[in-house]
Write a protein that binds this ligand. Structure first.
Ligand code: NI
Length: 136
């Protein structure tokens, strides 16, 4: 029997959406205010979902303490209060949209969770705008 275990987390970060090879005008046309050259911040909320078999002995899909710790150490500590464009190397070449931040977080956590479990990440950029990535 597969059960999904979820954990919520939070970080604040700044970004600017722009394509380096485009003019400011073209960036503004596509990204609007989000291409403001002086950056802007969001209160990001994430939900990490881990789906797998319930271990017959421990009764758990994943140890929530472990899940809490990897989210804290590998995601929150990395991204919280950062300027994503400037301080996170991955976003040198990748536009830090909610979609791409979600994929970035998924890849980090995928490496930390046994491959017999499915993971998906939901990332809220605002209370109304959110994206989800499950790895395919
Ligand atoms: Ni934004």
């Amino acid at each position: 029997m597969k059960v999904t275990v979820s954990r919520k987390a939070h970080f604040n970060a700044a970004h600017r959406l722009f394509v380096k090879s485009w003019s400011d005008e073209q960036n503004f046309k596509v990204f609007g205010k989000c291409s403001n050259p002086n950056f802007h911040g969001h209160n990001y909320e994430i939900i990490v979902n881990v789906k797998g078999d319930v271990d017959p002995i421990t009764g758990m899909v994943i140890d929530l303490k472990y899940l809490k710790n990897i989210i804290k150490e590998d995601v929150e500590d990395l991204l919280d209060h950062k300027n994503l464009n400037i301080e996170i190397k991955y976003f040198d070449e990748v536009v830090p949209t909610a979609e791409n931040i979600c994929i970035f977080i998924w890849n980090i956590l995928r490496n930390k969770i046994d491959s017999d479990k499915d993971i998906s990440i939901t990332l809220y950029e605002t209370t109304r705008n959110y994206v989800k990535y499950s790895g395919n």
